[in-house]
Design a protein around this ligand. Structure first.
Ligand SMILES: [Zn+2]
Length: 392
């Protein structure tokens, strides 16, 4: 669908005159930017700010996705929302605010849904709108991030992937392209299955997992744990559990209750899930309720505010537009903006970008990248530094 001028109250020359200053920028292709069709998945602190910025840059189209409604406690940082929109679906409020105040040559659409359980709607929107960019502002977890990256790679035309997340005084931005031979999020930062080992041990009725634990967990018991943790009855789960138990116990139908066996089961289950999140398979799922969520930090006690949300969002849009222009953008950036307290990443205010060495691989299931492993001299250098180096 071609981009339609929003509203109707916008003066005809605004669509060109409003963008004259960015047309003067070096390394900025305004004609390229105005052709971009952007999928903003998650429309809260990060997504609403990203969508607003994309409209101010004059992209062709923005579709907002979210399942939540606007709450009063959102108003300190989710910049598109106004007090009269409290109680509205976030996506409808984003669209309304964009058209009212921020869109001069950008069309907007709203998709109110749970992106995990209504994945078919996400796929359909990405295909029908011919998305060229996916912005991930969802905090569902690492497996959902992989699914969106696979979607970006599965679409007919090139689609860049950018993600942003914020936490108190820290923001993280991930930026990936889809070019052949370019490693993806799965190569460089694979998700770990977060399900608790002790959950499985307890499923067989006794205590914590240990190396000498007796007894075994049946497939039904393991499936019950997954259904409870995932809050899902997804049809793929029983087969995934059965095959993962077999892989972890030399083909047996039950899983020994030892720590080692449970770790092997969890690793096999991760492989089962990732096998469903390849570009070849990801378009076919109607629901992604076979993936786990990451444990959620308690944002109501940790706190969140306008500056970290805006800085993370702006940094994400900047990474995207520079990658769009062909620049060599780092795949991951983590920033701390608190000069006093620092963070685990830096002792003082500042930011670091990371280039990864992918794990040695015969071919990533998502992007096909073949990783030879880290050069021997770099392994030696890291060992000499006590193995503390985080990246390039
Ligand atoms: Zn990959």
């Amino acid at each position: 669908m071609a981009a339609a001028p929003p509203g109707g109250a916008v003066p005809a020359d605004l669509a060109t005159a409003a963008f004259s200053r960015q047309q003067n920028l070096v390394d900025f292709d305004d004609e390229l930017v105005r052709r971009q069709r952007c999928f903003v998945v998650g429309s809260g602190g990060v997504g609403s700010c990203i969508g607003m910025t994309l409209a101010r840059m004059g992209v062709a189209h923005v579709t907002f996705v979210d399942m939540d409604t606007v709450a009063t406690s959102n108003l300190n940082r989710q910049l598109l929302f106004t007090p009269d929109q409290v109680g509205m679906n976030k996506v409808d409020a984003c669209k309304q605010s964009l058209e009212r105040s921020h869109a001069f040559r950008t069309s907007a659409a709203a998709l109110h849904c749970n992106a995990v359980t209504r994945w078919a709607d996400i796929v359909a929107e990405a295909q029908e709108q011919h998305m060229t960019a996916i912005f991930n502002g969802c905090d569902h977890g690492g497996f959902f991030d992989i699914a969106l990256q696979a979607l970006a790679r599965a679409l007919d035309s090139p689609c860049l992937y950018t993600a942003a997340s914020t936490y108190a005084y820290t923001y993280q931005v991930d930026s990936y392209g889809t070019a052949a031979g370019e490693p993806c999020l799965l190569c460089t930062n694979p998700p770990a299955h977060s399900i608790s080992i002790d959950d499985f041990a307890a499923a067989s009725g006794a205590g914590r997992a240990s190396e000498d634990a007796a007894g075994a967990i049946t497939a039904e018991e393991a499936l019950a744990v997954l259904k409870r943790v995932y809050q899902s009855e997804h049809e793929l789960l029983p087969g995934m559990v059965r095959r993962s138990i077999a892989a972890a116990s030399d083909g047996a139908a039950t899983l020994p209750r030892t720590r080692g066996a449970v770790l092997r089961f969890r690793s096999a289950l991760t492989g089962e899930i990732l096998a469903e999140l390849t570009p070849a398979r990801v378009l076919a799922h109607t629901s992604l309720a076979f993936i786990p969520a990451d444990p959620k930090p308690d944002t109501s006690s940790v706190g969140s505010w306008a500056v970290v949300c805006c800085m993370g969002s702006m940094f994400a849009v900047n990474c995207w537009v520079q990658r769009l222009a062909g620049q060599d953008v780092p795949p991951m950036t983590i920033a701390n903006i608190n000069a006093q307290r620092g963070s685990v990443w830096r002792e003082q205010m500042g930011w670091d970008s990371f280039k990864f060495h992918p794990e040695p691989s015969d071919g990533c299931t998502l992007c096909g990248f073949k990783a030879p492993g880290m050069p021997a001299e770099e392994v030696a250098a890291m060992a000499g530094a006590g193995g503390a180096a985080a990246g390039g």
